[in-house]
Design a binder for this molecule. Structure first.
Ligand code: ACO
Length: 431
């Protein structure tokens, strides 16, 4: 294939040739890697509006059409036919597993589900009302103080052990975060249970009485985890890549991703959506909420609406919306008025000129919180749920980056607009 070449340079000066690189899907990408060397100029793109930060084979999004593919497979098909563990394998290894491969993967995850007792002791340092994301960031970061025999990032076997370990331990740590907040004892993993059932057991069982596992809850959780597993170069994944590009300890890189996910513009939105719906309270207050969201001076946005990439209905939101009623009904929670409120809010917003013109549609977080709440998961734990699932994507991207022989440390440039060089003034001589 002949790649298109763009040329840039002053007449009489050096000309830079920039190749327009074609991917397998999506817009072509102008390779400007030699621009600074040849022209002494940088490009300026705050928020990465038009900048591809890396080459990747993992996930593809067409935001205009509302398409999401994991390793080429439509997320709708995976949501309907696959399982979170199978999707995790697909994202990590690039192909759907054979039955023996899947069994070996599951076995490995089971073998790594416990955490060192010393990690559990860290929790005693947290106040009982610490935010779960604060605790999760810290305890995942603390894993970097362990496993020194298997964190040589240049060793593919070590990388694989790390990948399995962190995916296996996330539910255990997330459940410990919850238990610390409730004051209940930690519950150890039960390896005869599946990934999601085991997590629910660690969350909700107590030593005083048997816990009745609802398979509908485990299935609903599995679906939400599939939908949250990866989303190409989003803020937290880019954070993991950037942190990891320095060659840092991989657990520290994942902790950086968790810290980024926490923000309300990213993973924290599911928590913010439920808080917003609670504040709106009733269908009769929706118009007022919409008017506030349109008023730039109000500082209020319709949480769970809008997305940097999707300028169409987020395909994940479509799946969750369709499943919501069904799951709530099966769990006996179909009396939850929040769903009706959310549906009505969506209906009104989608007919509003402001939202139509700005192409603001519900994103994955608009409905996910409603299902999480029906599963008994409190609002402040919802971003933790997201983090468990997204760990798979973070690890897949970290692996892809580290195994690339051309990997470079990520080091953005800047447009400096500060003071020009000036002389130090002694304190007595300052105005
Ligand atoms: N409510 C009201 N107005 C909105 C909203 C919203 N939820 N989202 C965007 N807008 C408006 C902005 O005010 C802006 O208007 P302007 O062009 O007149 O200035 C325009 O739409 C574009 O918005 P930006 O913030 O520039 O778009 P960006 O791509 O930077 O932001 C984001 C995307 C952060 C997701 C934004 O839509 C938002 O804040 N949504 C609410 C939070 C949320 O749901 N986040 C979850 C995202 S999904 C995820 O991370 C899993």
């Amino acid at each position: 294939m002949n790649n298109k070449i763009y040329k840039l340079g002053d007449p009489g000066g050096k000309t830079s040739e920039m190749i327009l690189r074609e991917g397998s899907l999506g817009p072509a990408t102008l390779d400007i890697g030699t621009l600074y060397r040849d022209q002494s100029i940088f490009t300026f793109d705050p928020g990465f509006m038009s900048t591809a930060s890396c080459e990747s084979k993992i996930t593809f999004i067409d935001g205009e059409k509302g398409v999401l593919l994991y390793r080429g497979y439509p997320v709708e098909q995976l949501a309907e036919k696959s399982s979170f563990i199978e999707v995790a394998y697909l994202l990590l290894y690039g192909e759907l597993p054979s039955q023996p491969q899947l069994e070996t993967f599951r076995y490995s995850l089971r073998r790594h589900s416990m955490v060192n007792e010393a990690v559990l002791r860290f929790f005693s340092g947290f106040h009982y009302d610490a935010h779960p994301m604060a605790m999760l960031t810290a305890v995942v970061g603390s894993l970097s103080a362990f496993y020194h025999d298997s964190t040589d990032i240049h060793n593919p076997k070590h990388r694989e052990v790390f990948a399995h370990r962190i995916i296996a331990k996330m539910p255990t740590l997330a459940a410990a975060v919850y238990k610390h907040g409730t004051g209940q004892p930690f519950v150890y993993p039960k390896n005869d249970l599946g990934y999601c059932a085991n997590f629910l057991n660690m969350l909700f069982s107590v030593p005083a009485e048997p816990y009745r596992m609802d398979p509908v809850a485990a299935k609903a959780l599995d679906l939400l985890f599939i939908l949250h597993a990866d989303h190409e170069q989003n803020a937290s994944t880019s954070t993991v890549r950037l942190a990891g590009s320095s060659g840092t300890n991989p657990y520290a890189a994942i902790a950086a991703g968790i810290a980024c996910l926490w923000g309300p513009a990213h993973g924290g939105a599911n928590e913010a959506v439920l808080n917003m719906l609670k504040e709106i309270g009733d269908v009769k207050n929706i118009d007022k909420a919409i008017a506030r969201a349109k008023d730039k001076n109000s500082g209020f946005r319709l949480m769970g609406f809008g997305h940097r990439v999707y300028k169409n209905y987020d395909p994940r939101a479509k799946i969750i919306r369709a499943t919501c009623h069904q799951v709530l009904e099966k769990l006996g929670r179909d009396d939850d008025p929040t769903l009706e409120l959310a549906l009505r809010l969506e209906e009104i917003a989608l007919k509003d000129e402001y939202f139509i013109e700005k192409k603001l549609y519900p994103n994955v977080d608009f409905y996910s919180g409603i299902i999480y709440r029906a599963l008994g998961i409190p609002v402040h734990m919802m971003t933790v749920m997201f983090a468990i699932a997204r760990t798979v994507g973070w690890v897949a991207h970290w692996q892809e980056m580290i195994s690339d022989p051309h990997m470079k440390i990520g080091r953005p440039r800047q447009l400096y607009t500060g003071a020009v060089k000036r002389e130090y003034v002694d304190i007595g001589g300052r105005k």
